[in-house]
Design a protein around this ligand. Sequence first.
Ligand SMILES: Cc1cc2nc3c(=O)[nH]c(=O)nc-3n(C[C@H](O)[C@H](O)[C@H](O)COP(=O)(O)OP(=O)(O)OC[C@H]3O[C@@H](n4cnc5c(N)ncnc54)[C@H](O)[C@@H]3O)c2cc1C
Length: 207
Amino acid sequence: MIPVVKGWFTETSIEVASLGIQVHGGMGYIEETGAAQYYRDARITTIYEGTTSIQANDLVGRKIAREAGATAKAVIKDMKATLRALKAVEGEDFAAMARHLAAGAKAVEQCVGWIVDTYATDIKAVHAGSVPFLKLMGIVAGGWQMARAALAAQAKVAKGEGDAGFLTAKIATARFFADHYLAQAPGLRETVTGGAAGVMALAAEQF
Ligand SMILES: Cc1cc2nc3c(=O)[nH]c(=O)nc-3n(C[C@H](O)[C@H](O)[C@H](O)COP(=O)(O)OP(=O)(O)OC[C@H]3O[C@@H](n4cnc5c(N)ncnc54)[C@H](O)[C@@H]3O)c2cc1C
């Protein structure tokens, strides 16, 4: 998970800081409000924390292909245990989370299989898809952890414990993440497993 934590979190921090500018409109863009400084500070993290493509190369190569996906498969098994727990809870929020986590875990599983199978015969194709795979892994692992938080919140709500406003907000944000981010997983799978042709198409002198 180290390349995922370093690569996906830092890429996401740029997106979050950029949204921070956007929601404040023109006031967000000008330096005096400070929002632009957060964006600039976030922007360096994908470079000096180890660049995103180097993290992604580590993920597909040393972390997955080298051990034939053993750890990744164990993580997918844990995701499926959370999936079963989601399916056991009633309500549309948990059904939506289960639907998107099922598709996400399947996308990760298919990519891990493809990475392991392809690494020995077409290493360039695997590395061409490494950054989209890093993003896929981050989104699915993120959605998985959000789902675990939602399940913990739901257990408290059912017992009438804790701060109901905080707990229902936790469930709502997990649902939002599932609908808006986890839902991207099947598309990323297509880029990982089928995106190499465009990456490799041009000769060096064509750039
Ligand atoms: C403000 C700042 C503070 C820093 N502080 C430290 C520090 O405290 N300690 C320290 O050790 N270093 C530090 N660094 C250096 C940092 O580790 C490097 O900037 C970083 O490793 C990236 O190397 P590079 O800048 O030479 O980029 P390059 O290696 O030239 O990379 C350029 C681009 O090409 C991509 N790329 C390179 N090789 C490959 C490849 N094989 N496959 C695919 N893509 C590739 C990279 O992902 C990147 O997008 C700092 C840098 C900055 C800017």
